[in-house]
Design a protein around this ligand. Structure first.
Ligand code: UDP
Ligand code: MG
Length: 311
């Protein structure tokens, strides 16, 4: 099946404090789309920027009928901004790309070609080279994705948010009811016919990454608690382990008692107390993480709130 060459392609860009370069970045991307003769629209989502990003986005939208700009009422985070962007798109296919040009826009026509000609529903950019990320960050990413693959069978190694999604994939993702989202996880979970395209991560055009260590950590916790229940099962295994140790120690205690030498064992008591105490705390913490997820989901608050919209 070959899809229509005139299909509308929606390009979604999340924008958070990118005011210095966003206008030229959008122009760069638009130039590429024009040269490839694509029928396109832009959906630019201002994720509650505190700089002049919204002024830039509204000017872009006012001057260009193909650009729609949306402003969220506060900083909801990239994942929510992407959801907001998807909900605003009208195209047959949606391309999601960072606004700092770290994802090479030159690849968009190639994504579209693969979508049209090779019957792919999802075309995903995979990082062939993680750019100038530090060794520490690289190691953490590897650890996290390894853990996620083990626990959830979802393979996100070197995955990025640079993707083309067919309309039916977008609809499938919109039908997922969860309020706290993890874009990469969702787009992997829905399945469909997928093709991968390697790309090299470039340097940011301007400014610094908005992902602090604590934000990344909370993203990691969110994604594991949304896609895996393995940590909960781990608690049961830990319980069995402690039970086995308890049986062993219990037998030893009895034997000693009947041999009339039961006064020793103070060290054992202290060690057991510390060990079991910390095990219980950790287990409660894990249960707490899931409880927190349920709590947030059950409140049913919207994923994002829109405060302004142009076009
Ligand atoms: N971003 C966003 N909301 C946020 C943080 C980031 O919409 O709270 C956007 C940001 O403007 C950029 C993209 O998400 O277009 C990726 O962000 P960044 O470059 O900071 O992350 P990195 O490239 O380091 O993963
Ligand atoms: Mg970036």
């Amino acid at each position: 099946m070959v899809r229509d060459i005139n299909s509308l392609i929606s390009v979604v860009m999340p924008v958070y404090n990118e005011g210095k370069h966003i206008t030229s970045s959008v122009e760069t991307v638009e130039e590429i789309l024009k040269n490839a003769n694509l029928n396109y629209e832009f959906v630019l989502v201002d994720d509650g920027s505190t700089d002049n990003s919204w002024e830039a986005l509204s000017e872009l939208a006012v001057n260009n009928g193909r650009i729609r700009s949306v402003r969220l009422s506060r900083n909801f985070g990239k994942e929510a901004a992407l959801c907001a962007g998807l909900d605003e798109t009208k195209g047959e296919a949606v391309v999601v790309i960072d606004s700092d040009l770290q994802h090479p826009p030159e690849l968009i026509p190639e994504f579209v070609r693969i979508w049209r000609e090779e019957d792919a529903d999802v075309v995903e950019g995979v990082k062939s080279d993680r750019g100038h990320e530090s060794g520490f960050y690289r190691g953490m990413a590897k650890l996290f994705y390894g853990l996620l693959l083990r626990l959830t069978k979802i393979d996100l190694r070197n995955a990025s948010d640079f993707k083309l999604l067919d309309r039916k994939v977008v609809t499938a993702m919109q039908e997922m009811p969860e309020k706290i989202t993890f874009f990469r996880g969702m787009s992997a979970w829905v399945g469909f016919n997928r093709k991968k395209v390697p790309f090299e991560v470039k340097d940011r055009v301007e400014g610094r990454s908005k992902w602090t260590f604590s934000r990344l950590l909370s993203l990691a916790v969110t994604s594991i608690t949304s896609y895996a229940s393995a940590p909960l099962k781990l608690i049961i295994y830990l319980g069995f382990l402690i039970f086995a140790i308890a049986v062993g120690l219990g037998i030893q205690t009895f034997v000693r008692y009947f041999m009339g030498a039961s006064l020793e064992g103070f060290t054992t008591v202290i060690l057991l107390l510390l060990f079991i105490g910390s095990a219980i705390m950790i287990c409660l913490g894990i249960i707490g993480l899931y409880l927190e997820r349920i709590y947030h989901e059950i409140k049913g608050r919207p994923r994002y709130i829109i405060s302004r919209k142009i076009n």
